[in-house]
Write a protein that binds this ligand. Structure first.
Ligand SMILES: *Cc1c(COP(=O)(O)O)cnc(C)c1O
Length: 460
């Protein structure tokens, strides 16, 4: 850690007091009860390096949430820093409306190369929510432009507890009451199905391999209403914000098969799972699934800049060719931003250079072994893992699986203990969620799990 002399220390502390005051005075934080926030000294992150974050007082923290699922190769990675600086030497941004740009062209080509086979077209946007909006709109217009038009096909099927973003369309296909219920009057209606929550599924307790059973309702809905259904949207392999709910093997490929059978589109929201997080480049790769639409964002730029993309098939693309009325009327001011695309290209270059996927596979096994003893703790009901992400479900009664009442804020309290020990994580209700940057070493993973274990013990 850098040493400050007395004068620097004084000026730093007076400026830190000012920053704390101004933050509480002027900034409205996302997903945050500001009344609570205003009563605490805000954590102000000033610097990062590798898997570490540093606050304005010089305290060092492990970035256990990858800065909310975005960071892959660590902070201040030379390849990413350099790529953005070099792009700045050319241009920061020019529009994709009526013009193209080198980084967005090359990135599209590279994304197609690494995506599930059959995805050939890239539509840029800015964040996960907008990538989902694009997919929903493309799906609707796709059915309208069939010959003959299939205008009745306009419903979406989604899973319970799904999270696809905060804009109106993405909230409509979301299923988290705390976030979405209040806005229901503004949202379009959807067909909701139970999520495959094995730990809390009565079927799962009865049948150890039950993936068919939990998809019966989907087949039922599709067989009866496919004439009215545009698509099924899911987070493949793991529902992140729902509490790291992992899907049983075969689930995803079964969903794909049902969509094909009943002629509805499959939208895979890989905003959280994309770019190596689950051990393969995309979660769809685990079961060799090609969705009709693939949404990516978070990790796309290695955690550096906001950029998103919706990938689709040649079949989908061709339906939009023809007269002006067939145009896809959608786009944002910063679509295909050159700095973002340059960062994304550097991100993919690091995957090759550092053999990130092979590393992740190795480290996932290490993480799995490290997490094992946690399951023995009296307040830990379930430990779920998918590649380099894990969810630890805290329960009041291990036997009966009775959850802690949300008012006890157990997840929050464990996270607060972790922070005291130098690890930043963001819990979801009673679930402690670990999302270390992919670059985290065995030593750093051990440190993270040790801190979580100690923090859980403190609260036992
Ligand atoms: C975070 C997330 C989104 C929303 O992405 P933003 O960039 O926050 O708009 C959508 N889908 C999934 C699965 C996510 O995890």
């Amino acid at each position: 850690m850098k040493q400050f002399n007395k004068k620097q220390k004084n000026s730093l502390s007076s400026s830190s007091v000012k920053l704390s005051k101004w933050d509480r005075q002027y900034v409205w934080h996302p997903f945050t009860q500001m009344q609570e926030w205003e009563q605490e000294d805000p954590l102000i992150i000033e610097k990062g390096n590798g898997v570490y974050l540093y606050d304005i007082h010089g305290n060092k923290y492990l970035d256990g949430s990858s800065s909310i699922w975005v960071n892959l190769h660590g902070h201040r990675h030379l390849t990413l820093d350099t790529a953005i600086q070099e792009q700045l030497g050319n241009i920061a941004h020019s529009t994709l409306l009526g013009a193209a740009s080198p980084p967005s062209i090359v990135l599209a080509k590279e994304l197609v190369k690494i995506s599930p086979k059959g995805l050939t077209r890239v539509f840029y946007s800015d964040d996960g929510s907008t990538a989902v909006e694009v997919a929903l709109k493309m799906a609707i217009q796709y059915w309208q432009q069939q010959n003959p038009p299939q205008k009745k096909k306009k419903m979406f099927v989604r899973l319970d507890a799904a999270y696809h973003g905060d804009t109106m369309g993405s909230m409509s296909v979301g299923g988290l009451p705390l976030f979405h219920e209040r806005f229901r009057p503004l949202l379009f209606s959807t067909i909701a199905l139970d999520a495959p929550y094995c730990y809390r599924c009565p079927l799962h307790l009865r049948y150890p391999s039950c993936q068919t059973a939990c998809l019966d309702p989907l087949e039922d809905v599709l067989s009866k209403r496919h004439d009215h259904i545009a698509g099924v949207i899911i987070e493949p392999m793991v529902q992140a914000v729902a509490g790291l709910i992992t899907q049983p093997p075969g689930y995803l490929s079964h969903v794909r098969a049902l969509c094909t059978k009943y002629d509805v589109l499959l939208i895979a929201d890989e905003v959280a799972t994309g770019f190596g997080r689950t051990g393969t480049m995309f979660a769809c790769h685990h079961e060799r699934v090609t969705p009709d639409l693939l949404c990516v964002a978070k990790g796309l730029t290695g955690g550096y800049l906001p950029l998103a993309a919706t990938l689709t098939t040649e079949t989908m693309y061709e339906v939009f060719l023809g007269g002006p009325e067939k145009t896809f009327f959608h786009g944002h001011s910063y679509t295909g931003n050159a700095l973002g695309c340059a960062a994304a290209l550097a991100n993919l270059e690091i995957f090759k250079k550092e053999k990130t996927l092979a590393q992740v596979r190795k480290k996932s096994r290490i993480l799995q072994a490290l997490l094992k003893p946690l399951a023995e703790l009296p307040i830990v009901g379930d430990v779920r893992q998918c590649g380099m992400t894990a969810g630890i479900e805290l329960v009041k009664n291990k036997e009966t699986r009775e959850p802690f009442p949300l008012s006890e804020r157990m997840g929050y309290r464990v996270a607060a203990e972790c922070r005291r020990r130098g690890l930043l994580i963001r819990p979801i209700g009673n679930i402690v969620v670990l999302v270390p940057p992919l670059v985290a070493t065995e030593r750093e993973l051990r440190q993270i799990v040790n801190i979580v274990t100690k923090s859980c013990r403190t609260l036992c």
